[in-house]
Design a protein around this ligand. Structure first.
Ligand code: NAP
Length: 320
């Protein structure tokens, strides 16, 4: 028989762990499913510098561990499982996972987003052999070597700067002539001698047989192609929301984000979406945590209303 909970949380990033903390402190029987490493994107971030309260910054995996510990301290149950679907049966919300079915009265979806792929020849073949999406995990393999970072956002610069601790040279290849990243990261990157920028340029192929040897690029303004020799390629070109398992059940925008209002409520009562998977999220750690908190508070209110409704219909049922 499926196990029953008050609140089921899908995804153990900052939004999910914060939702778990609030739900558990509200004394709701709560379970959280995470398919990989708790902490989501923070677990693969070298240094978090913009989470309030840590003026010197905090190591990403360390912060993730603390968030998990804090939520568990209040009774959050965590299970390693992948959510595969959700079905609605009256007031029951059934979550189908790789570890079986779980029934909740409310569900908070915090499944986050994963790194967008370039989709060029060589990328899939050389992943793990020089192509990476996690500088924190793999930077040490590139000591005194040359690496290419693709992208111009916060992640590209943050992780590119981390790579300079090991690599001899970090070449940032960006498709425009202006970065999207925050000013403070831009200033730091431009002041780092090991970092070089190749503007208005897209990567068309990752080269190499058994390991990365370079990238074939094209300047989008001149049309000119060339090869850049490199030992590694780190891809940071944005994020893709993980919402596929909910297709057909909940409204999803063109970019794959779940539609939700400012209370994190989706179109289905008792089903909430928070963090990077929801539409219009600021996609910051602090806003993801805020989203998770809002969703848990709203889910708690929803459960109160549900109980009140059940109690109101009890006497009627007894009379019948
Ligand atoms: P992002 O902000 O969406 O930036 C993606 C970058 O990749 C953009 O510069 C974009 O170019 C480029 N790009 C997108 N698709 C491309 C393609 N197919 N080929 C080549 N280039 C492509 O993504 P992100 O850097 O992963 O950050 C995601 C969110 O997390 C953001 O909200 C960010 O602020 C947040 N974040 C924050 C921090 C921090 O505050 N330290 C660290 C990491 C992430 P265009 O600029 O031309 O669109």
């Amino acid at each position: 028989m499926a196990q029953e909970y008050d609140i089921i949380i899908i995804g153990g990033g900052a939004a999910g762990l914060t939702a778990g903390l609030y739900a558990a402190r509200a004394r709701r029987k709560t379970i959280l499913f995470e398919k990989a490493v708790p902490g989501g994107q923070i677990a693969t971030t070298s240094l978090v510098e913009n989470y309030p309260g840590f003026p010197e910054g905090i190591d990403g995996p360390d912060l993730a561990e603390r968030m998990e510990e804090q939520a568990k301290k209040y009774g959050l149950e965590m299970v390693f499982a992948e959510a595969e679907g959700l079905t609605i049966q009256g007031a029951r919300r059934v979550v189908h996972t790789s570890e079986g079915e779980f029934v909740g009265k409310a569900v908070i979806i915090t499944s986050g987003a994963e790194h967008r792929k370039l989709g060029v020849p060589g990328e899939a073949e050389l992943t793990g052999r020089g192509v990476s999406y996690c500088a924190t995990c793999d930077a040490a393999f590139f000591k005194d070597q040359v690496v290419v970072v693709v992208g111009g956002g916060d992640a590209a610069l943050d992780e590119g700067l981390f790579l300079t601790r090991y690599a001899a040279k970090v070449i940032v290849v960006h498709r425009r002539d202006q970065l999207r990243a925050s000013r403070v990261l831009q200033e730091r990157a431009f002041a780092t001698p090991k970092m070089e920028f190749v503007w208005d340029t897209v990567v068309e192929e990752i080269l190499g047989e058994s390991k990365v040897g370079g990238v074939r690029v094209r300047n989008v303004k001149t049309g000119q192609g060339r090869t850049i020799a490199a030992d590694g390629v780190f891809v940071y070109i944005g994020l893709v929301p993980q919402s596929d398992f909910l297709k057909g059940l909940l409204p999803i925008d063109g970019g794959g984000h779940l539609e939700a209002n400012l209370w994190m409520e989706t179109a289905i009562p008792g089903v909430f979406a928070a963090g990077d998977v929801r539409v219009n999220a600021a996609r910051q750690l602090v806003s993801a945590a805020g989203d998770g908190c809002t969703a848990a508070i709203r889910a708690d209110h929803y459960l109160n209303d549900l109980i009140a409704q059940e109690q109101a219909t009890e006497p009627e049922r007894a009379r019948a």
